[in-house]
Design a protein around this ligand. Structure first.
Ligand code: HEC
Ligand code: HEC
Length: 230
């Protein structure tokens, strides 16, 4: 984090001065459970373990890349990622608090059953199943590689830069793809996602979002969908 302007440098200086005093470093876990600077507790929407809330469309955060999460918080704070529900919260946190809470969520275990998801990706897709086809094969006639090429088998996510798609609510995934089409989310690494999103039709966006949201994500949801006895 390099200060790019004098006011920025002064603000950072003040921050470090505060940190050098009695002020303890921000605690990401505490922010998630209690909020900070008037921002509400993250847990109330993102779940007690960062697992998200599919019914409400709130994304999962646990186990995502720390740098990715921090960049999203910064983008929602500066408005380049338009998010009515998150803007005030992201803005209320200072940069050190955003970093701390991003690291906290990155370190939480992902609720995804990655073995099971990777196996799902091996199921042959039919071209008529537009969502599964896009995810596993892509649409080469319009230069869209398979989503799984970047997001990992079954959309489990890869490293710091490629977030998981499995485990995210359909409305959330579709909302992000449309945000890139409308310039309401920063392009991200190499502008990869605006290039993908602008080439998809509205129907394809809905189909691929439903596909990822419908994958058996966790051991729990897998046994629930198999109708296992409790
Ligand atoms: C009122 C509910 C609510 C609260 C409270 C809340 N969030 Fe969110 N959060 C959302 C929603 C909704 C989104 C999806 C935003 C969008 O549409 O772009 C989101 C998105 C995010 C994202 C982006 C995830 C991704 O995959 O790109 C991060 C990071 C995040 N929130 C962190 C936090 C943190 C940290 C806190 C606590 C300080 C918090 N949120 C509190 C509702 C909430
Ligand atoms: C060439 C690589 C690449 C391909 C192919 C790709 N993505 Fe992505 N995707 C990315 C990167 C990189 C990001 C992170 C963007 C950022 O940091 O803002 C991302 C982020 C996303 C997000 C946001 C996740 C979140 O938590 O907010 C969604 C949704 C998404 N991609 C959906 C898709 C879908 C659906 C496809 C297939 C149609 C796809 N992607 C194909 C590279 C790719």
């Amino acid at each position: 984090m390099t200060p790019r302007s004098l006011p920025g440098a002064l603000a950072l200086g003040a921050l470090f001065a505060a940190a050098a005093g009695a002020q303890p470093a921000p605690d990401g876990k505490q922010i998630s459970a209690q909020g900070a600077n008037g921002a509400p507790a993250c847990m109330t929407c993102h779940g007690a373990r960062g697992e998200g809330n599919p019914a409400a469309g709130f994304p999962q955060l646990a186990g995502m890349g720390g740098r990715y999460l921090e960049e999203q918080l910064n983008a929602m704070a500066n408005g380049s990622r338009v998010s009515p529900l998150m803007a005030a919260t992201a803005k209320a946190l200072d940069p050190a608090q955003r970093l701390a809470v991003a690291r906290y969520y990155a370190a939480l275990p992902s609720p995804l059953d990655t073995d099971r998801l990777a196996a799902t990706a091996m199921h042959p897709a039919r071209p008529a199943d537009a969502g599964a086809w896009l995810a596993t094969r892509g649409a080469w006639d319009k230069n869209v590689p398979a989503c799984n090429q970047c997001h990992g088998p079954g959309g489990i996510g890869v490293g710091e830069n490629f977030p998981a798609l499995a485990g995210q609510p359909a409305a959330y995934i579709a909302g992000q793809l449309r945000a890139w089409r409308q310039g309401q989310r920063p392009p991200g690494p190499l502008g990869l996602m605006p290039a993908v999103a602008t080439r998809l039709s509205e129907d394809e966006i809905d189909a691929v979002s439903a596909y990822y949201a419908g994958l058996p994500k966790t051991a729990e949801s897998a046994s629930a969908s198999a109708g296992a006895k409790q």
